[in-house]
Design a protein around this ligand. Structure first.
Ligand code: 3MF
Ligand code: MG
Length: 346
């Protein structure tokens, strides 16, 4: 199913076509070659690809700095040929053994230095791929044992690490992707509010914004549309990961709109009403195929999510603005509820 006339430009990560392995079971589908993923993503209707540093250059530790740049340039040619841009590079600071105690907030100096080096290399890769966006999902920056880290010093470590990145390359912009838990128990930057507070203590707040993932807001007990509005009001919403989530559980990365259609609608509405995308921002997805999907059908979560975004764009556009304004004035929010539900059902 291809989305023909699109409102937004869309992006997706290569990890969103995957083997279906989860913490309780091994891979259940074949690994799809990277080149084939690019083809599929283009075919479904995506404009750009989101990349971790080692999605861009696999076996990243095998290369010196110069070879790393050569490898990144090879990928740039591959992306150009596939007709896809690179949206951002995210240093993958949670798989390597040296990030087992967090990265920028690790207690050991040599581990924090590894995080710094890896971040600089991610920035170099971004430069070669023609993007200045660096996403920081601060996966393991937090704790299980409260006394294991000084939370005050950890916040400073994060700001100092961001400052070093901003200093290393004057063109980059950093998007913090907050998440309250998983894989850590308690994250140091659990919400968009924390991320923007962190932005404000850096050396150049104008270059530090946020990427909001619907499921991450929901895990923090916050309506994603409200989170997006909060960041939009501060001109700090530079990326989104649309998906869905059923309650306060593990991060489910369900297809967009599959759990709570009204909540999904309001995310689309807030983006549309506030001209999200007009400065080149992409509407990104971060969705996983259900483990039950066969090899041939393990792309439908992507197509479905795009389809739902575009359908909800139509719903947002066909909303009776006068009805909305009138109900706000007479404060008949029960009537507004009825109108909204009827509109979404129609
Ligand atoms: C985890 C995430 C991450 C980030 C990705 C890009 C693996 O919950 O959402 O996905 O989105 O690292 O920043
Ligand atoms: Mg995400």
């Amino acid at each position: 199913m291809k989305t023909s006339s699109k409102t937004f430009r869309y992006s997706v990560g290569p990890w969103n076509i995957h083997t279906g392995a989860d913490p309780f079971g091994p891979p259940i589908r074949r690994e799809v070659p990277f080149a084939r993923k690019l083809e599929m993503m283009k075919e479904i209707g995506f404009d750009a690809i989101q990349l971790h540093d080692d999605d861009a250059v696999p076996n990243i530790h095998d290369y010196d700095d110069a070879t790393l740049r050569v490898k990144a340039r090879e990928l740039k040619r591959e992306l150009d040929a596939a007709g896809l841009a690179a949206e951002f590079i995210a240093p993958r600071l949670w798989e390597d053994a040296r990030t087992r105690d967090g990265a920028y907030t690790a207690n050991l100096k040599q581990l924090r230095e590894y995080a710094d080096e890896r971040s600089k290399r991610a920035i170099d890769i971004a430069g070669e791929l023609g993007t200045n966006l660096i996403v920081l999902w601060l996966a393991r920056e937090g704790n299980f044992v409260p006394e294991s880290k000084c939370a005050v010093r950890s916040f400073e470590y994060l700001a100092e690490a961001i400052n070093r990145m901003l200093e290393y390359n004057k063109d980059i912009r950093i998007l913090i992707e907050p998440k309250p838990n998983e894989p850590v128990d308690k994250s140091f930057i659990p919400t968009v509010g924390h991320a923007l507070a962190l932005s404000h203590v850096t050396s150049d707040p104008g270059r530090v914004g946020v990427l909001i993932e619907s499921a991450h807001s929901l895990l923090a007990g916050i309506d994603p549309a409200d989170d997006m509005a909060f960041a939009l009001a501060q001109k700090k919403l530079w990326g989104v990961h649309l998906n869905d989530q059923n309650g306060l559980k593990f991060d489910q990365d369900r297809s967009f709109g599959s759990v709570n259609l009204r909540q999904a609608f309001n995310q689309v509405r807030v983006l549309l009403d506030n001209d999200y995308g007009q400065n080149g921002e992409y509407v990104g997805l971060d969705v996983k195929a259900l483990r039950t999907q066969s090899d041939e059908k393990a792309y439908k979560h992507l197509a479905n999510s795009l389809f739902v975004v575009e359908r909800l764009v139509e719903k947002a556009r066909s909303l009776d603005k006068e009805e909305l304004a009138a109900r706000r004035l007479d404060m008949d929010y029960e009537e507004l509820d009825r109108y909204m539900i009827n509109h979404l059902l129609g």
